[in-house]
Design a protein around this ligand. Structure first.
Ligand SMILES: [Zn+2]
Length: 191
């Protein structure tokens, strides 16, 4: 598969990988798999003058207090004068954290911890590109050359491609009309 610049679904950093790659590192892959299954822990909210400036999560009350101290004194100290926290039991911790960040938009949260509930247009596009590529290979006769390395490259007839392009464009414009009708337009008007 071709090497492309992709953004990591966990940390959103761009990296070079095959078109179906999702994670920039094994660390991010592990983080993603681990976080999906954690259903107990704590959410904490750092506040400054009553306003939530950062939302984070922690496994235990003890590690939570250590985290708060690090936020105050670490390499990039955050400005806050108070904090709150609550226990999560039975819901996926990173999903609860994600919803808090979306709702409160704290100034120190720069990305969402989970891409289960929300994704980005870029990540969605990457997934769609892989799907489109597979669908094209399935739909058309592919040609490859005989040399062992050349076999990896498949060709399709250019005269076939116009039909694919118009199909995909048609599909995309239907989808965006659907999005308009489903309230994306209204939401923008409101806010
Ligand atoms: Zn990453």
């Amino acid at each position: 598969m071709a090497i492309k610049t992709i953004s990591c679904v966990v940390c959103e950093v761009d990296f070079n990988g095959s078109s179906n790659a999702m994670y920039c590192s094994s660390k991010c892959k592990q983080k993603s798999h681990r976080s999906k299954s954690v259903t107990s822990g704590f959410i904490y909210l750092l506040k400054n003058k009553g306003k939530v400036v950062y939302v984070g999560s922690s496994a235990t009350e003890k590690t939570l207090k250590a985290r708060v101290t690090i936020h105050k004194a670490g390499e990039y100290p955050k400005c806050f004068d108070d904090y709150d926290y609550y226990k999560v039991d039975g819901d996926v911790l990173v999903d609860v954290e994600t919803e808090e960040i979306i709702r409160r938009r704290p100034i120190y949260n720069h990305s969402l911890p989970s891409k289960t509930l929300y994704t980005t247009p870029k990540i969605l596009s990457q997934a769609m590109i892989s799907m489109i590529e597979d669908a094209i290979k399935e739909r058309f006769t592919t040609y490859s050359l005989a040399g062992s390395r050349a076999k990896k490259i498949t060709y399709i007839k250019t005269s076939d491609t116009e039909a694919v392009k118009s199909d995909i464009l048609g599909l995309l414009s239907n989808k965006s009309n659907e999005a308009l009708n489903n309230g994306v337009y209204q939401k923008k008007n409101k806010g």
